[in-house]
Design a protein around this ligand. Structure first.
Ligand code: APR
Length: 237
């Protein structure tokens, strides 16, 4: 009997699609300070600066050259062909998993292509620049529209569903994440405590390397399709 799989992805899975990671030498946090663009305090202090940071990333994501890669597609194939449930938990705010065909998806750090009104909570698609003076189409308030993205110090989304999935999965696979940011970095320990087999697929060993029963290191577009093929082949026997 094949058991459910929980997958956690981070910025490394989107790197070969042309999107920057955060903590690599050429990463986002090497160019801009978290305290200036990714906290509620930063937004209160200088909302235009925060909006511009996310507007630049949103325009980058909407560039036609940015497309899902073979790793995103392999995870969509796994979800379609695995005989049991596959839950994809992503820290990424891009939409490359959706565009590759993944459906059972939890964006625990939010979504760059959505905006939320701080006044009424309305969340809707956003594919254009956000500006401080913009008016919410739901409540008519101005000044409260923000990216529907989780900032440092805020609570990630869907954690109850994620921990429920971790409690019943047979395999936990972590892909393209440095294991630096909690609660996501703690998911492997949770899965392991519940008896799951734990796998790390990453360019290099992550902070949580000792917690994984199995690991493969290399570019995601190479090691993820190969791992998915091995999993599906083993399930067919
Ligand atoms: N293939 C596989 N892994 C890769 C590749 C690649 N081509 N390129 C880089 N990586 C790995 C790096 O070795 C690193 O371990 O991806 C990981 C990226 O780590 P981070 O830059 O820290 O990104 P992530 O783990 O997703 O960050 C978590 O921190 O800043 C917050 O909210 C932000 O969601 C983000 C969270």
């Amino acid at each position: 009997m094949t058991q459910p799989i929980v997958i956690l992805t981070g910025a490394g899975i989107s790197k070969e699609s042309g999107l920057d990671t955060f903590r690599d030498a050429d990463g986002i946090w090497a160019k801009v300070r978290i305290e200036d663009v990714a906290t509620p305090e930063a937004f209160a202090r200088n909302p235009a600066r925060v909006q511009e940071f996310f507007n630049t990333r949103r325009r980058g994501l909407l560039n036609p050259n940015i497309q899902p890669n073979a790793a995103h597609r392999a995870l969509a194939r796994l979800e379609a062909e695995w005989p049991s449930e596959v839950v994809l938990v992503t820290q990424n705010i891009d939409d490359l998993h959706e565009r590759a065909g993944s459906r059972n998806l939890r964006h625990i750090h939010g979504e760059l292509l959505k905006a939320r009104c701080a006044s009424c909570g309305d969340v809707r698609e956003c594919r254009a620049d956000l500006a401080v003076a913009m008016v919410c189409q739901s409540c008519g308030e101005a000044g409260g529209l923000r990216p529907h993205v989780v900032w440092f110090g805020e609570m990630p989304f869907d954690l109850d569903a994620v921990y429920a999935a971790l409690s019943r999965c047979g395999t936990f696979i972590s892909i393209g994440t440095s294991g630096n940011v909690y609660p996501a970095a703690g998911f492997v320990a949770e899965a392991r405590a519940n008896g799951a087999h734990t796998v790390e697929l990453n360019l290099e060993p992550s902070e949580g390397r000792t917690l994984f029963a199995e690991a493969d290191h290399g570019p995601a577009t190479s090691i993820v399709p190969a791992y998915v093929e091995r999993l599906l082949k083993a399930a067919r026997v």
